[in-house]
Ligand binder design. Structure first.
Ligand SMILES: Cc1ncc(COP(=O)(O)O)c(C=O)c1O
Length: 394
């Protein structure tokens, strides 16, 4: 029996939340049901809410800096769950993982340097490279028989040809849902070592790995790259705390850490968000049970979606995720171009999803659905999708 409730519908409208309250501003009709951006429609763990309330009741929100016991709490989470033991000096706090990736791009490369990513991939990876004036190199993931894999030969060739300095890895992979095996990570690491490439491993989704799969922290698969890797983590996806802006960036090498911190201080970032810190501590100390129940519920949503597609929408193909809380769905059998597919989703199915093309040019036949919502919302969304697709196929 779950101690926590995930079926309850919580009305998020009118809270300035990006997911529901910015339809007009983002060019969407008012009647779309949103299953886009990666946050959950579940309230976070009650233990975390309590910790925030307790901190808020103090009434003073002056400058805050975490002490050693906070870092120990974070380290314990990663040691217990993944056997990852980077040492407490390695943690740098930032207000987000995207912020950290962008800072790392500035810290470890110069203008014009080449940075490699693997589309389809979380879209801020593109802008972290291009908006910092670096050269974007793309190693498209191979998509075959409904599964994504890494084209290692291409990866190596592109690194060699473009003199790539930095690799931004998404592990587990958003949106394809791959949980990279230790062997795959080792192969990537060997290539990066051969060409002196620094690695940013974005592991923000590591708490969402399905039964039968195992998340390996990049530097545990490739210990030889400890001195050249930045591992990005956060409680924000795991506990639905994105708005509290706290993430933990592990940089074991002192020189790399110094360079990274120097970019942060050039930006004027030093102290952390008081409420974010309280929430994060409570999450890592007391949130384990809630997260387990949440993962089970999301697994139930995935099974529901799989059954629904098999029974009612067999023309659509789900890329079976190994991790993350996304469903990445291939609509190519409908034979629609990008505009027509997006129009079907928005104007006929009345849904707001993340369109595939934002994750990479070649993915315009895909849509990403966030599964971290009460089942009733998912059921409603899929029913709307079914009606629209059926109408399209007539
Ligand atoms: C792979 C990945 N990295 C980073 C983020 C966002 O992290 P933050 O909110 O800490 O910037 C997301 C959110 O969806 C994500 O999927």
């Amino acid at each position: 029996m779950s101690r926590y409730e995930f079926d309850t519908l919580t009305d998020r409208r009118g809270t300035s939340c990006l997911k529901y309250d910015f339809k007009a501003e983002r060019g969407y009709p008012e009647n779309v049901l949103p299953l886009w951006v990666a946050d959950m429609d579940f309230p976070t763990a009650p233990e975390i809410v309590e910790a925030i309330k307790e901190t808020a009741s103090h009434g003073i929100f002056g400058y805050t800096v975490p002490k050693q016991d906070y870092f120990d709490t974070v380290l314990k989470w990663y040691a217990d769950r993944f056997g990852y033991c980077p040492g407490s000096r390695s943690i740098v706090i930032t207000p987000g993982v995207v912020f950290a990736i962008s800072a790392a791009v500035r810290a470890f490369t110069a203008e014009g340097d080449a940075v490699i990513i693997q589309p389809p991939v979380y879209y801020p990876f593109f802008s972290a490279v291009t908006e910092n004036g670096r050269k974007l190199v793309e190693n498209e993931l191979a998509y075959k028989d409904g599964k994504y894999s890494i084209d290692f030969e291409n990866f190596e060739n592109k690194i060699k040809e473009n003199d790539v300095k930095l690799f931004i890895l998404c592990s587990p992979h958003n949106p394809a849902g791959r949980v990279w095996t230790a062997e795959e990570l080792r192969q990537l690491g060997d290539i990066c070592e051969r060409y002196g490439v620094t690695v940013i491993s974005d592991e923000i989704h590591s708490d969402f790995v399905r039964e039968g799969y195992k998340h390996t922290v990049f530097t545990d698969a490739c210990p030889q790259l400890r001195s050249r890797t930045v591992v990005c983590t956060a409680p924000s996806k795991s506990f639905n705390l994105a708005g509290l802006q706290i993430s933990h960036i592990f940089i074991e090498n002192e020189e790399l850490r110094r360079k990274f911190k120097s970019v942060l201080s050039a930006q004027g970032y030093t102290e952390v968000n008081t409420l974010g810190l309280a929430a994060s501590r409570a999450a890592y100390e007391k949130g384990g049970d809630w997260l387990e129940q949440c993962r089970k519920y999301i697994e139930g949503n995935l099974q529901f979606l799989k059954n629904f597609l098999a029974e009612k929408l067999p023309t659509l193909r789900l890329v079976e995720p190994e991790g993350t809380y996304f469903a990445w769905i291939d609509f190519s059998a409908l034979g629609l171009d990008k505009r027509a597919l997006n129009s079907l989703i928005i104007n006929k199915a009345h849904l707001w999803l993340d369109a595939g093309h934002i994750f990479g040019e070649r993915s315009e036949q895909f849509q990403r659905i966030v599964l971290a919502c009460p089942r009733a919302i998912l059921r409603q969304a899929l029913t709307q999708l079914e009606e629209a697709v059926k109408e399209e196929l007539i």
